[in-house]
Design a protein around this ligand. Structure first.
Ligand SMILES: [Zn+2]
Length: 385
């Protein structure tokens, strides 16, 4: 090749100026095109798949298993996972089985002297009755002529034991992380009186950041110290709570106002209904009219008591969750409805009471006479107006 260096500053990479240099992911050790998505640090690059995988790992077992691996094992693990990506997102099941394989391999390597292993190509192991995933979970080396040779323990029971240990380790990590999360959830719930989800997203970003830099989350960025993140998160939670409380207060006020109207109404209706003339008892034209009124009153009372129940429930829930920022459900009415009903219910009661009074007066005036002639009450009412 006769590529002359474009500038004296880059004599070692003459083609750098023409074709952009490919990127090498520091984790999976795979070469990527220069415009590949990922995270750039001063001298290193981490591809997007690896970042996503790290997040999956972090969420399910923390970083510990990968940290303990040799760089080669780690690269193999990430490459293996990448063989079955789901649009850049990884299911924990896939990642977990690959992790298990790498841990088995790690154990075999670590106990090289105690575990007697034979180095043979995959096809030979398959012919000897080994399962492919089992063979692939063993350490390997690439041979010039024979290709990839897998160092599989000669004794299957030894392999099974190592496999069991690796499985145990993952379970332990999963359990430890679950407990840690539960603990965090509990203390967050105590703080806010609320049950929370997997924790705020801000926290995860810091975790991903620290994964990329390879440093613990504490030192991820001076501006992103856990205390600062916690403070920000706390502030956001407080703001959310204040917002919810403000909305709740409007509902609480409406409920209190409604109760002051529906409660006396619900109490009055049965008394009024009892006194209203009715067809069976009185058999008068008045009674006929008041049947309709009674029906209207019963309907109104049914609606009012539903509102009453909703208001009482809302106020009780508010008491139980005071300050926790729990959004309260909507009432079955708005203020305008309440105003309209207040007037209508008042009219119904007034009219019914008037009818009761008329009936009493009629009875007093004619205690032994037959039922009052038709239209008399109406005339009397007209006269009063
Ligand atoms: Zn990568």
């Amino acid at each position: 090749m006769d590529a002359s260096p474009p500038s004296a500053a880059q004599p070692a990479q003459p083609e750098a100026a023409e074709a952009p240099k490919p990127l090498l992911c520091q984790i999976c050790k795979l070469e990527m095109p220069a415009d590949a998505a990922g995270r750039h640090k001063v001298k290193t690059f981490t591809c997007r798949c690896c970042l996503s995988l790290q997040t999956t790992l972090y969420r399910n077992v923390g970083q510990t298993p990968v940290q303990g691996m040799s760089l080669e094992d780690r690269a193999t693990f990430f490459q293996k996972c990448k063989e079955a990506p789901l649009a850049g997102r990884y299911t924990w099941q896939t990642v977990r089985s690959n992790l298990l394989s790498r841990l088995v391999s790690q154990h075999i390597t670590e106990q090289e002297h105690a575990v007697e292993a034979e180095r043979l190509p995959l096809s030979v192991w398959l012919a000897r009755g080994w399962e492919r995933p089992a063979v692939e979970s063993c350490p390997f080396e690439d041979h010039d002529k024979l290709g990839r040779l897998y160092a599989v323990p000669i004794r299957k029971d030894v392999f099974r034991e190592l496999h069991r240990k690796a499985e145990e380790k993952i379970c332990e990590l999963e359990k430890a992380l679950r407990e840690k999360k539960n603990q965090k959830r509990k203390s967050a719930a105590l703080d806010s009186g609320l049950d929370q989800d997997d924790g705020p997203a801000v926290e995860l970003d810091v975790a991903v950041e620290s994964l990329a830099t390879g440093r613990p989350a504490k030192e991820a960025k001076s501006g992103d110290k856990p205390e600062a993140v916690a403070k920000r998160t706390q502030k956001a939670v407080e703001a959310e709570k204040a917002k919810a409380d403000k909305k709740n207060q409007v509902k609480v006020d409406l409920a209190a106002k409604a109760l002051s109207i529906v409660t006396p109404f619900c109490k009055a209706v049965p008394t009024v209904l009892k006194q209203l003339p009715c067809v069976e008892k009185d058999g008068t034209a008045e009674a006929d009219v008041s049947e309709d009124e009674a029906e209207a009153l019963r309907r109104a009372e049914s609606e009012a008591s539903a509102w009453q129940k909703a208001c009482a429930e809302l106020l009780a829930l508010r008491e139980a969750t005071r300050g926790a920022g729990v959004p309260l459900a909507d009432l079955p009415f708005v203020l305008a409805d309440l105003k309209v009903r207040k007037a209508a219910w008042g009219e119904l009661l007034k009219s019914a009471r008037r009818r009761i009074k008329e009936q009493r007066r009629n009875k007093e005036q004619a205690p032994s006479s037959p039922p009052a002639p038709k239209g008399r009450a109406r005339r009397a009412r007209a006269a009063r107006k």
